[in-house]
Design a protein around this ligand. Structure first.
Ligand code: BTN
Length: 260
């Protein structure tokens, strides 16, 4: 088992990886600005679908809504290049968040849940963030990059800036675990879920039933707008339906949810 201090070894990760295509090629950078940048370049140079860009360290990791993403030692930071049909694009957030939730669950027995749209939480604290960037030209999807940051072996109380809202797998389990095994487990789930894309509704239903957001009173920050109300439902395009106090139902397509 590796620990925080061991380098991730892409060859060793790939050797034990039971997937059809996801992770069959892993490109490892000991240090990189962001795996999103590296993946974008690789995709433009023609990298095959399923290629994984894995970082030892990110010096400029980024998150959703223009936030930065801290990549402390003991975490996992990687991006997966995919080339799905354009019509499958809305399902990518579902595929990615379910792959992480199922991957952690099957390896550890923990019970991660998804906070709309695609944060993965354990006991209401964020254990994983997901960022999806697409290259779309004239309704043609050239590629999509799914970036995943997982807090694996991190003592979150050492990081006061995120401690109130974040957790790690090791904090939840009370022991460290192999980052290589976490990565393999997530990639295996992603590979399996990818085969379910033609039955998009199935993927949607799984995502919906793993959402911790539904039925909760929430505040949603969307740019400079703030919405509050009951997170009532989600739609198959990945939007959240929010019932406001005035009774109106608002469709939210992106934003940051806070529980009230
Ligand atoms: C978020 O919660 O705002 C999304 C965070 C996504 C972080 C991952 S780490 C790997 C990949 N590279 C990045 O720069 N970001 C994503």
């Amino acid at each position: 088992m590796d620990s925080d201090n061991n380098e991730l070894n892409p060859e060793q990760i790939r050797r034990g990886l039971a997937t059809r295509f996801i992770g069959q090629k892993i490109i490892y950078f000991p240090s990189v600005t962001s795996t999103m940048d590296a993946a974008k370049k690789e995709a433009q140079w023609g990298a095959e679908a399923g290629t994984v860009i894995l970082a030892g360290e990110q010096t400029a990791g980024r998150g959703r809504l223009k936030r930065t993403w801290l990549s402390p030692e003991g975490g996992l930071a990687f991006s997966v290049i995919l080339r799905p049909n354009f019509s499958y694009l809305p399902y990518m957030i579902m595929l990615a968040s379910l792959a992480v939730a199922y991957g952690i669950r099957s390896l550890t027995g923990l019970k991660p849940q998804i906070k709309w749209p695609n944060d993965v939480l354990i006991n209401y604290k964020k254990v994983c963030g997901i960022l999806i960037e697409n290259d779309i030209r004239k309704k043609d999807l050239k590629h999509t990059v799914i970036g995943i940051g997982i807090n694996v072996n991190i003592q979150i109380n050492q990081l006061p800036e995120i401690a109130p809202i974040a957790t790690s797998i090791s904090d939840q389990l009370g022991r460290q675990l192999s980052r290589a095994e976490v990565l393999r487990s997530v990639l295996v789930e992603m590979d399996r879920l990818y085969t379910e894309l033609p039955q998009g509704e199935q993927l949607f239903n799984q995502w919906k039933s793993n959402l911790v957001t539904l039925g909760q009173q929430v505040q949603i920050n969307m740019g400079d707008k703030i919405y509050t109300g009951l997170a009532e439902d989600v739609t198959e395009d990945g939007s959240l339906m929010l019932r406001q106090k005035d009774g109106y139902l608002v469709k939210i397509i992106a934003g940051e949810v806070m529980f009230k």
